[in-house]
Design a protein around this ligand. Structure first.
Ligand code: NAP
Length: 301
């Protein structure tokens, strides 16, 4: 699998993007790097340049950071002093075939791709990426729990809420460390799977009752679930780690009022394992770019 001749612009990002650059250089793609001026490292086959010097009509793909753009149309880079503008005018200079990649999207980026009619791929919406990412997420959760408790994970009573891609990995990881793990879900097939995993299942309807005897509550449900009345039933020493995307699923105001420690912990993969998190993105991206490139080569024939 090679990407020889494919022209890709990588605009902004953090340490994770270095893994993407490394991988695409290895696959022999032609890279234009925008917003990497403060990066001392030089990659052969990759050129650092300002956004207005990119050969846009020649581009096959644009890779944005995990967060895509800001809501006012800029791309952040930890390797540049200033954010990079990413406007309709810029995207319109690319050929129709140019695909835009990011981890997640927002209203600005959605609107931009709609107006310019370019294909946009959100990598974090993919099941494979979410499952791979759940590994550093679970490790980051272990780190948070260690940092914020004075007891071992081993032997502690942990409630995990949600058996999605993150919930399953987190439940398994804490169980492997010797915690007594129960998992709350609402679908009967999830309750069956929790039982199969050797963990204790409970229905989310019984959440208030089930939190009476726990030490740690880990939420993965992006919906207000750890409500004031749930928090009121928890022992006062309970630690709540909320992994769900902002604003989380916890009534943080009430938790603070009651003196229950509750922490919203977003973006753990990029914090605890930027290299692995970058490799996860790089591997999937390489595969997607290759499929795209192959299709184009076939069409030429
Ligand atoms: P997922 O696979 O979609 O799982 C979400 C789970 O929440 C599902 O089991 C779903 O159950 C349940 N759920 C959703 N809405 C519910 C509701 N109203 N009531 C009860 N249950 C509900 O998602 P995921 O990949 O595990 O990700 C979970 C969250 O973690 C997301 O917000 C994601 O952005 C975030 N995340 C955070 C980090 C971090 O570093 N903190 C890392 C990765 C992901 P049903 O199947 O019954 O709907």
């Amino acid at each position: 699998m090679m990407l020889t001749g494919m022209h890709v612009a990588i605009i902004g990002g953090d340490a994770r993007q270095l893994e993407v650059i490394r991988k695409l250089v290895e696959l022999d793609a032609k890279l234009s790097l925008v917003g990497f001026d403060q990066l001392a490292h030089h990659f052969t086959g990759a050129v650092k340049l300002p956004i207005d010097e990119v050969d846009f009509p020649d581009l096959d793909a644009i890779i944005l950071p995990v967060h895509g753009t800001t809501l006012d149309g800029k791309v952040n880079s930890v390797f540049a002093q200033e954010p990079i503008p990413f406007t309709e005018e810029i995207v319109k200079r690319t050929a129709q075939r140019c695909t835009i990649y990011s981890g997640i999207s927002n209203s600005y980026l959605d609107e931009l791709v709609r107006k310019t009619e370019r294909k946009h791929v959100q990598l974090f919406a993919r099941d494979d990426v979410a499952i791979y990412n759940s590994i550093p997420t679970a490790e980051g959760t272990v780190m948070m729990v260690i940092q914020h408790t004075d007891f071992t994970i081993h032997g502690s009573r942990v409630a995990v809420l949600g058996l999605g891609r993150v919930g399953m990995t987190v439940a398994r990881t804490f169980a492997a460390l010797g915690a007594k793990v129960k998992v709350g879900a609402r679908r009967s097939e999830h309750l069956a799977r929790i039982t199969e995993m050797g963990l204790v299942p409970f229905h989310l309807n019984d959440l208030e009752k089930e939190v009476r005897d726990i030490d740690v509550c880990i939420n993965t449900i992006p919906h207000l679930i750890v409500t004031a009345s749930v928090i009121a039933k928890m022992p006062a020493h309970t630690l709540i780690i909320d992994l769900a995307s902002k604003p989380g699923g916890t009534d943080f105001r009430y938790a603070e009022k009651r003196g229950v420690k509750a922490i919203l912990a977003p973006g753990l993969p990029g914090i605890v394992a930027p290299k692995t998190a970058g490799q996860i993105i790089a591997n999937v991206l390489a595969q997607l770019l290759y499929e795209d490139w192959q299709k184009r080569e076939e069409n030429k024939r």
